[in-house]
Every structure is written in structure tokens, then in C-alpha cells.
Design a protein around this ligand. Structure first.
Ligand SMILES: [Cu+2]
Length: 174
């Protein structure tokens, strides 16, 4: 469905672009007094520039005001379970791998050597959340596991020969 819409919209835009191009090519041979047109369109250009700046600025302020997006998903009063994660070539050191469903968790992710990617996947290997594991820096990941089960940790950034083997498991109980 989405693909069809994207295809049709692309097609419409391609037709529009083709027409505009053709129009410009046809018109380019006409000779006109340039100064008048220049004056008129310079004014229009200023007008559209101002509108565009105001519009984009409003949109930017509106959409970015909640940055950083990575806010805790639990209420301010809740005490999260803090889990320390250290990535290294080629494995994970996780302070606690048994967690409870419904508990807010705060992963504090860092790396011992190079950059890694800390990705949490469910049993069907759908990614739930991720962050970068960086040396001398700690990134926080907030998550509450709703379903008990086995969750997989995979490295998401190529970090050396055994990058593919950099996996771990987290067990979430009732
Ligand atoms: Cu890695």
C-alpha cells in the first residue's frame, strides 16, 4: 500500500518536473525586457524567503522542543533498576541479566575499548531500542519490558573480526 502511494506520488512529481522543465526550455528562447521581471521576482523572492524562514523556524522549534528524545519512560517518582553495561571486543559485561517485566530499567552503557552498538531485540529479533557504547562515555537507555521472555543484545557497530559474535541474553521474568 505505502509502496503504491510512494510510486504514484513520485510519478506525479516526475510529470510535474518534466512539465516545468519543458516550459522553461520553451520559454528560454523568448526575448523579454529583463529588468522589469528582475525587479518583480526579486521582491517575490524576498517575500518567499521570509515566509520560508518563519515557517521552518516555527516547525523546527515545535518539533525539536522535546529534545533530547531519550527521556525516561517512567514517572518521576519511580525508582528504575540500574543495569551497567560494558562492551568490549568481543562481548558484553552486564551487571544484571535477570530483570522483571514491568520494572523500569535504566541501562548505563559504555565501552572498554572501541565504539560498539548496544541493541536490544525481542525473541522475534525486532529491535526495541539501542544506543552507542562509547569508551569513556556513558549513554543511558530507558526501557520497561512489558513481556517476560528472553531478549537479545547484539552489537550494532562493526568493531572487529568477531563483531558478529558479540551477543548476550537478558531474561525477563514475570
Ligand atoms: Cu562490538
Amino acid at each position: 500500500m505505502i509502496q503504491t502511494v510512494a510510486w504514484v506520488v513520485s510519478l506525479i512529481f516526475m510529470v510535474i518536473v518534466t512539465f516545468v522543465f519543458g516550459f522553461v526550455v520553451l520559454k528560454s528562447t523568448e526575448i523579454k525586457d529583463y529588468e522589469l521581471i528582475k525587479k518583480k521576482w526579486y521582491r517575490a523572492r524576498t517575500f518567499y524567503a521570509v515566509i520560508l524562514i518563519v515557517f521552518m523556524l516555527t516547525l523546527t522549534i515545535y518539533t525539536l522542543r522535546e529534545l533530547p528524545y531519550n527521556q525516561p519512560v517512567y514517572s518521576a517518582g519511580a525508582e528504575p533498576t540500574v543495569v551497567h553495561v560494558e562492551a568490549m571486543q568481543f562481548g558484553w559485561k552486564i551487571s544484571q541479566t535477570e530483570l522483571k517485566a514491568g520494572d523500569p530499567i535504566e541501562f548505563k552503557v559504555t565501552s572498554k575499548d572501541v565504539n560498539h552498538g548496544f541493541g536490544i531485540y525481542d525473541e522475534e529479533m525486532n529491535m526495541l531500542t539501542q544506543t552507542q557504547a562509547m569508551p569513556e562515555y556513558t549513554n543511558n537507555v530507558y526501557i520497561t519490558f512489558d513481556e517476560p521472555g528472553i531478549y537479545n543484545i547484539l552489537c550494532m557497530e562493526y568493531c572487529g573480526l568477531a563483531h558478529h559474535a558479540m551477543t548476550a541474553e537478558i531474561t525477563v521474568t514475570e
